[in-house]
Design a protein around this ligand. Structure first.
Ligand code: AMP
Length: 174
């Protein structure tokens, strides 16, 4: 899986000084990289019962929708505040400076449905934790959380507690 790293571009000091931004546009724009990425994810989850995949705006949409199609399950959008048109519930989470909010449609998940949550990258874990709390609030059962990239230096997994987390590539840095 580490072979995927050669397609992931590091952009220093984006969006602000000190951040090493992991750019997956270069992974997705490569035919082999894109296919390899979804082959690994499909293999990881194909034997688990999954009713819905929930993707977090915006890169989680790309991952989640493509994987949902491969695994033959539904796709649910978790969006930044104010974007979803129907009745929503929201969950706020900590950013480096201040807070942000994620929302989901209240009727996106049927009670007891098994849900896999996906995003591009795990850093502090705040985003995935907020998404997991939303899924629980609307009655879903979380069977896993998945990211392409995990930044080990920020201990994001700890914030996720017992929820099963899977990543394709890891970086030691924060
Ligand atoms: P966190 O909530 O701290 O786990 O941050 C995860 C979210 O922020 C993901 O949706 C990522 O897209 C984005 N993010 C955080 N750090 C980076 C980074 N170094 N490179 C790319 N995206 C990042």
């Amino acid at each position: 899986m580490e072979e995927l790293k050669k397609f992931i571009r590091n952009i220093p000091d984006f969006p602000k000084p000190g951040i090493q931004f992991k750019d997956i546009t270069t992974l997705f724009q490569n035919r082999w990289g894109l296919q390899r990425c979804f082959d690994i994810l499909e293999e990881q989850y194909r034997y688990q019962q999954i009713d819905k995949i929930a993707g977090i705006e915006a890169r989680g949409f790309i991952m989640g929708a493509a994987l949902a199609d491969r695994l033959n399950c539904g796709f649910v959008l978790i969006r930044k505040k104010g974007k979803l048109p129907g009745k929503t519930i929201s969950e706020s989470y900590e950013l480096e400076y201040g807070t942000d909010e994620l929302e989901i449609h209240v009727d996106a998940i049927n009670p007891g449905e098994k849900v896999l949550i996906v995003d591009d990258l795990l850093a502090t874990g705040g985003t995935l934790k907020a998404a997991a709390d939303l899924i629980k609030k609307v009655g879903g059962e979380i069977i896993g959380l998945s990211c392409i990239i995990e930044l080990l230096g920020l201990n994001g997994r700890e914030k996720l507690g017992q929820l099963p987390f899977h990543s394709l590539v890891t970086y030691d840095e924060a």
